[in-house]
Ligand binder design. Structure first.
Ligand SMILES: Cc1ncc(C[n+]2csc(CCOP(=O)(O)OP(=O)(O)O)c2C)c(N)n1
Ligand code: SF4
Length: 298
């Protein structure tokens, strides 16, 4: 996990496959790429076996472009649709049992801290709503209460997509699904509220049809998790198969859901704001110069 691991050993470069060579020469490693530059560099995630038009894949793709240091990032995932794409990216991916992603990430981030000290090594958990809010719920919450320093991203398609349409805790009340024929009986879980209560230093909700916003929340969350504390992003990623969303309407659905019930929201602690401003020069969090009216009279 460093820039060195993507470079060729001397003498081997001429034997490397073209894709690998391309990744080393035109990939994002060691460069600062942005979502606005998509199409002008080789992305770490290029191929995946997820459904055509799936909004989750768009989100994962944007998230991976937005990692501040992809060469120093490990993703952790679990069973569910997302891992089909996450595991194809050109960065290390750790896959545990269904739901144990936050426990695995806790050990991993602590181990990396011991091994590499202050050198940033970013651990990013990406898992579905079922993996995170149902079977992995206790491990997710405990990692936040313990203030484990990694980023947790929920790929919230509001269903168990990979297993054909069971309800999850994040499904909306009353929603009928293939394997919830009578409709869900209880409200969508407030994971954002719980993340704040448990002390996450940064919490955001986002939809994938605004790439710059996705980029901004991912960068902030990963940087804050390096030193300040746990961070949580909840991304509406839809499931065009289980919710029967026509492929050409997937982004329209994201927009409608964002307007109706998934508005962009951001919670950031004062400590995290100061850290982003001082360490990484985030202008929006730099102290505002005192206005003339606020200055004490001479
Ligand atoms: C211990 C265990 N139980 C059940 C499963 C079967 N399983 C695989 S994926 C999945 C549901 C995934 O739903 P979610 O986490 O919401 O992710 P999505 O597929 O919707 O992205 C289940 C129940 C499993 N792999 N392991
Ligand atoms: S089942 Fe749903 S979430 Fe899974 S890949 Fe297909 S569209 Fe995406």
């Amino acid at each position: 996990m460093s820039l060195d691991y993507v470079k060729f050993s001397p003498g081997f470069d001429k034997f490397m496959p073209k894709e690998y060579r391309d990744m080393v020469e035109h990939g994002p490693f060691g460069k600062k790429v942005t979502v606005s530059q998509m199409g002008s560099f080789k992305e770490i995630l290029e191929e995946h076996p997820m459904c055509a038009g799936c909004a989750m894949t768009l989100f994962i793709r944007l998230a991976m472009i937005s990692f501040p240091n992809p060469e120093d990032t490990i993703t952790v995932g679990t069973a569910g649709c997302g891992r089909l794409a996450i595991s194809q990216a050109a960065i290390p991916f750790v896959y545990g049992n269904y739901g144990d992603q936050s426990a695995v990430a806790s050990g991993l981030s602590r181990g990396l801290k011991l091994r590499f000290g202050d050198k940033p090594k970013d651990v990013v958990v990406m898992a579905g709503d079922g993996g995170m809010a149902d079977i992995g719920f206790s491990m997710t919450l405990h990692s936040w209460f313990r203030k484990e320093r990694f980023t947790t991203i929920m790929l919230d398609n509001e269903v168990y997509g990979n297993t054909g349409g069971q309800e999850s805790g994040m499904t909306n009340k009353g929603q009928v699904l293939k394997m919830a024929p009578l409709g869900k009986k209880f409200e969508k879980m407030d994971m954002v509220g719980m993340a704040k209560l448990a002390g996450c230093a940064y919490v955001a909700t986002v939809v994938p049809n605004n790439p710059r916003r996705v980029e901004s929340v991912i960068k902030k969350a990963v940087l804050i998790a390096r030193e300040i504390g746990p961070t949580y992003i909840q991304a509406y990623t839809s499931c065009n198969i289980e919710y029967s969303i026509p492929t050409d309407k997937v982004l329209e659905d994201c927009k409608t859901v964002e307007t109706d019930r998934y508005a962009f929201s951001e919670h950031i602690t004062d400590e995290a704001k100061e850290y982003l401003a001082m360490r990484y020069g985030f202008k929006e969090y730099l102290p505002k110069p005192a206005t003339a009216a606020a200055l004490p009279k001479a």
